[in-house]
Design a protein around this ligand. Structure first.
Ligand SMILES: Cc1cc2nc3c(=O)[nH]c(=O)nc-3n(C[C@H](O)[C@H](O)[C@H](O)COP(=O)(O)O)c2cc1C
Length: 282
């Protein structure tokens, strides 16, 4: 089958789009409003974006009454949020925390989830000073994040417009209980993920397999594996060992100098390791 979203009908009883992109990790985001009300909500349009430094994103549609979701409003106002790993054990709380309740409702109380406290990120609450952001205590992994930016994707009302919120991860909590031989063990964390429709999956270890990119000797191979693993220390070491790297431009959107340098690179593509990396991997 083939259809053009918004132009031609898929002809199926249910919209297949979200069911095509699975499994999606769940961004279970906790925030505090500037008045000190705790908020908790799941976002399956969520992922990590990069690793050195680490960034994450979640994408929030507008509410059914075409207003911005509380999580986004809180992040944009306070500049901080926490990501909590959604696990099998906590799945019912994840579900309840998706309820669209009025802004003043404490969603930790609503879901009956015990709150821990962020260590690094804080919210300036009037009359209370610097208050930690509540985190889901029972969740084995939490990221403390500072707000980077929002990209708004225009869409059809009421819910189509989406706010993609990007945050930099500045603090990572991992419970020792979920480590096996120094690695985060999915058999212990049992993360849940969104599938299509109202379906979910749980990762427990069955079906987990390992493979590495078949790379050759030398810096390119090492660099690829460092990136695949997401190893920040490896990235810094790689930068030191091959010291011809220059800093990538902070913005490449509509950056003519960058585009020009890309064209030069193609002419001299084997001049330095940086150029070679850049060109062979696009
Ligand atoms: C597992 C799960 C994943 C969800 N993912 C998203 C999402 O990616 N984007 C979104 O806008 N809403 C998503 N929702 C719905 C929000 O959680 C819901 O609108 C919630 O009330 C938002 O709360 P807030 O207004 O306090 O931020 C999801 C709900 C569930 C149960």
């Amino acid at each position: 089958m083939f259809y053009e979203p918004g132009k031609t009908d898929h002809g199926l009883p249910h919209d297949p789009f979200k069911a095509c992109v699975t499994p999606r990790p769940i961004g279970w985001i906790s925030t505090l409003s500037s008045t000190g009300i705790a908020n908790l909500a799941p976002y399956s349009q969520f992922n990590n974006l990069t690793f050195d430094p680490p960034y994450v994103m979640f994408s929030a549609n507008q509410t059914p009454s075409n207003t911005q979701k509380d999580t986004v409003a809180n992040v944009e106002t306070t500049g901080v949020f926490v990501w909590n790993l959604a696990t099998w054990e906590l799945k019912d709380a994840v579900n309840v925390s998706a309820r669209q309740v009025p802004e003043g409702v404490d969603e930790f109380e609503l879901t009956g989830v015990e709150a821990g406290e962020s260590r690094v990120v804080k919210v300036d609450v009037e009359g209370r000073g610097q208050v930690p952001v509540p985190m889901v205590k029972k969740s084995p992994i939490q990221f403390e994040c500072t707000y980077h930016s929002t990209i708004r994707l225009p869409g059809h009302p009421p819910m189509g417009t989406a706010d993609i919120v990007i945050g930099k991860v500045v603090g990572i909590h991992i419970s020792d209980d979920v480590l096996t031989n120094g690695k985060v063990d999915v058999k212990k964390t049992e993360p849940i993920a969104r599938l299509g429709y109202f379906e979910y999956a749980v990762v427990r270890g069955e079906g987990v397999f390992e493979m590495t990119i078949p790379v050759g000797e030398g810096e390119e191979g090492e660099g690829l594996l460092v990136g695949l693993e997401g190893c920040a220390k490896g990235n810094r070491r790689h930068g030191r060992d091959y010291n011809n790297f220059r800093k990538a431009p902070d913005s490449i959107n509509f950056n003519r100098d960058y585009m020009k340098s890309r064209l030069n690179i193609q002419k001299n593509q084997f001049e330095t390791p940086y150029y070679r990396l850049c060109c062979t991997r696009g």
